[in-house]
Design a protein around this ligand. Structure first.
Ligand SMILES: O=C[C@H](O)COP(=O)(O)O
Length: 248
């Protein structure tokens, strides 16, 4: 089984940073990683730099967001054809930071999945519950409602990547999840969506210490990483650990 292991740099990194980071990755012997599909998601301004450095490798480059419309009077937006033109093959959507600060909803995620699939891009759909929902034991109904709304009316979701990112686990104030919580949640996600989508990834405080343990949880189809992959060395270490997890 292919494991998807990627990173979003969020709002970090110049074009020079992207060039150096992507060059370090381009020098990797990706074949030695086996069944790992790497991907990096820079800011829009650096997609083309990263993509041209990685041309000819099998490392994918993505965009952190994109509009659901193809073109027109949408000031400040970037369309999926534009992101693809810059070198993106994967479109992230629904991240909790975009839901909280930029009005992303399950409905806009649904439109964006349809647009990405229409243009042959891979949608990477983030979802996850806030701390109070987790503490109330309501994680499953909350996240299944998000996923069902996001996938609503889409007949073929086989190219969709789902990424479970509990909000309480993300970022510098996040805390890494307990294994037993992920085991329970991923068992349910795999049962409901496992055969409908390409893979279900986990994201939120993934680091070099918990990487392999999380990948060993049944139903986890990859990792979506922030901070511990914000240097090329940090990301490469995550890829190596994932490759070890596949071999073991
Ligand atoms: O997009 C990535 C996630 O939000 C995870 O971020 P983090 O690994 O820094 O917690």
């Amino acid at each position: 089984m292919m494991l998807w292991v990627g990173t979003s740099w969020k709002m970090n990194g110049t074009r020079a940073f992207a060039r150096d980071y992507a060059r370090a990755l381009a020098g990797l012997d990706v074949a030695s990683l086996g069944d790992i599909q790497p991907f990096i998601i820079p800011s829009f301004t650096a997609i083309d730099v990263a993509a041209s450095e990685l041309e000819g490798t099998r490392i994918l480059v993505g965009a952190q967001n994109a509009a659901w419309e193809d073109a027109g009077a949408w000031t400040g937006e970037v369309s999926i054809p534009q992101a693809i033109d810059a070198g993106a093959t994967l479109i992230e959507m629904g991240h909790s930071e975009r839901r909280e600060y930029f009005g992303e909803t399950d409905e806009t995620v649904n439109l964006k999945i349809k647009a990405a699939l229409r243009h042959g891009a891979i949608p990477l759909v983030c979802f996850g519950e806030p701390a109070e929902v987790f503490e109330a034991g309501e994680t499953l109904p909350f996240i299944t409602a998000q996923i069902n709304a996001a996938l609503d009316g889409i007949a073929d979701t086989s190219r969709v990547l789902l990424a479970y990112e509990p909000i309480w686990a993300i970022g510098e104030h996040g805390r890494p999840p307990r294994r037993e919580d992920l085991v329970r949640t991923f068992a349910a996600l795999a049962e409901r969506y496992g055969d409908r989508v390409e893979a279900i990834l986990y994201g939120g405080s993934v680091n070099h210490d918990n990487n392999k343990d999380i990948l060993g949880i049944p139903g986890v189809g990859g990792l979506f990483i922030g901070r511990s992959a914000w240097t090329a060395e940090g990301y490469i270490r995550n890829l190596e650990l994932a490759a070890e997890a596949v071999r073991e």
